[in-house]
Write a new protein. Structure first.
Length: 165
């Protein structure tokens, strides 16, 4: 099976092949060992959930791979929105991301959220790029939404105190 706009698994020097490195994607969240480093695989809309992505990074992912089939949407707006979400995850986790979409855009995003490579939508393309696997955890990877929840709790306490005063 060939996926349109399927970038090579970066660093391996060869395209991903069925039954090969990606066959381990259902590894329970453990990183997929590749010649480019430990890949944290997030399938399709899993990338929308920061906790899932953070769990891949805490498990040792040195870069992220997002495999998606966005072609079932009537418009390309969802694909563009998902690409933006993948960009956010790259910054949030400080991990390069390889996004492979059947309907595009596919691309390689650096740890600063900059698309290094990007295909168009609804087109076949082959992208050949490089990622630099990274280690270490961002504050968000460590504590997730705990800071936001603490801020919400502090606001709630302040509002209750104000209402009582």
């Amino acid at each position: 099976m060939t996926t349109p706009a399927a970038p090579a698994l970066v660093g391996s020097g060869r395209p991903a092949r069925p039954g090969g490195e990606l066959a381990h994607a259902a590894s329970g969240g453990r990183p997929l060992p590749t010649s480019a480093g430990a890949a944290g695989v997030v399938i399709c809309n899993e990338v929308m959930f920061p906790g899932i992505v953070a769990a891949r990074v805490r498990a040792g992912a040195e870069y992220l791979v997002n495999l998606a089939n966005d072609s079932w949407w009537a418009t390309t707006s969802f694909s563009a929105m998902t690409f933006d979400m993948v960009t956010l995850r790259a910054v949030e986790q400080r991990r390069p991301v390889v996004r492979v979409s059947t309907s595009g855009p596919s691309g390689v995003i650096d740890v600063h959220g900059r698309p290094v490579l990007r295909s168009g939508t609804a087109m076949q393309a082959v992208l050949d790029g490089t990622v630099t696997p990274t280690r270490g955890l961002t504050l968000y990877a460590r504590i997730g939404d705990a800071f936001a929840l603490a801020c919400a709790a502090a606001v709630a306490v302040a509002l209750v105190r104000r209402a009582r005063a």
